[in-house]
Design a protein around this ligand. Structure first.
Ligand SMILES: Nc1ncnc2c1ncn2[C@@H]1O[C@H](COP(=O)(O)OP(=O)(O)OP(=O)(O)O)[C@@H](O)[C@H]1O
Length: 204
C-alpha cells in the first residue's frame, strides 16, 4: 500500500502540484490524468522514488509492515518514455541483465516473454537497431513480467501501433489483475481499465 499525504513538488519557484493526498492499495488500478505538462509523470516519479517531493509524506507498506522509502524500488517496476535501455545489448542480453535485479513472474522465461510481446525475431538484435515501437514493447515486457507487486506505467502506449495497443491491453488483463498498477496518461486506451482516477489539475 502507498499513502500520499499532502504531497507537493516544485521545480525552482514553480509548484507543479501541492496537497496531493491519496491511497493506493494492493491489487488495485489507478490512473493519474491531466494535460501535457500538468505533472503526471512527475507525480509517478515521486511515487516511484526517482524524484524527491518538497512537502508532505509518502508511506509505503508491505502487508502490515512499513517499508523504507529507499527499498520501494525492489517491489516495483516502471516503464516510461524517459527510461533508457542499454543500446549495446541484444534483446536477450537486455532480458538477462534485467534478471540480475528482478526475476520474471513465476514460470516465465525470456523466450516465452519475447514471443508474447512479438519480439522473438529480434532476440539477437541490438537494442540500438530497434524501432521506437519495438523498444516500447521491450520496456513493457520488462515492467509487466517483473515479479513485483507494483507496476508503474508512464504513457505506456507511446510509439505503439494498433496491434501494440491491443497487446498492451491484453498484457494488463492477463498479468496485472492482482497487482497494483498506476498509469500516468491522457489516453483512454492506456487507462480505461483503471477504476480510480486522479486528476492532477485539482492540485495546482
Ligand atoms: N527537471 C525539471 N526542471 C524544471 N521543470 C521541470 C523538470 N521536469 C519537469 N518539469 C516541469 O514540470 C511540469 C510537469 O511535467 P511532467 O513531465 O510531469 O508533465 P506531464 O503531465 O507528464 O506531461 P506530458 O503529458 O507532456 O508527459 C512541466 O511544466 C515541466 O516543464
Amino acid at each position: 500500500m502507498i499513502s500520499l499525504n499532502q504531497i507537493g513538488k516544485r521545480y525552482n519557484y514553480d509548484w507543479i502540484f501541492r496537497g496531493v493526498s491519496a491511497s493506493f492499495e494492493a491489487g488495485e488500478h489507478y490512473a493519474i490524468l491531466g494535460p501535457n505538462g500538468s505533472g503526471k509523470s512527475t507525480l509517478l516519479q515521486v511515487i516511484s522514488g526517482h524524484h524527491h517531493h518538497n512537502e508532505g509524506t509518502i508511506l509505503y507498506q508491505l502487508g502490515e509492515k512499513p517499508l523504507a522509502q529507499d527499498q520501494f524500488f525492489r517491489f516495483s517496476s516502471i516503464a516510461a518514455p524517459y527510461q533508457e535501455l542499454v543500446e549495446e545489448f541484444t534483446l536477450q542480453e537486455c532480458f538477462d541483465f534485467h534478471q540480475h535485479f528482478k526475476s520474471f513472474l513465476p514460470g516465465f522465461k525470456s523466450q516465452q516473454i519475447m514471443e508474447i510481446v512479438g519480439l522473438q525475431k529480434a532476440k539477437h538484435k541490438q537494442i540500438r537497431y530497434f524501432s521506437s515501437g519495438m523498444k516500447q514493447r521491450a520496456k513493457l515486457a520488462l515492467a509487466i513480467f517483473s515479479n513485483v507487486p507494483v507496476v508503474l506505467l508512464d504513457e505506456p502506449c507511446t510509439n505503439l501501433d494498433a496491434a501494440g495497443i491491443a497487446l498492451y491491453q491484453s498484457l494488463i488483463a492477463n498479468y496485472c489483475n492482482k497487482r497494483m498498477v498506476v498509469v500516468s496518461s491522457n489516453d483512454i486506451q492506456e487507462y480505461g481499465f483503471c477504476k480510480t482516477r486522479i486528476d492532477i489539475t485539482q492540485y495546482k
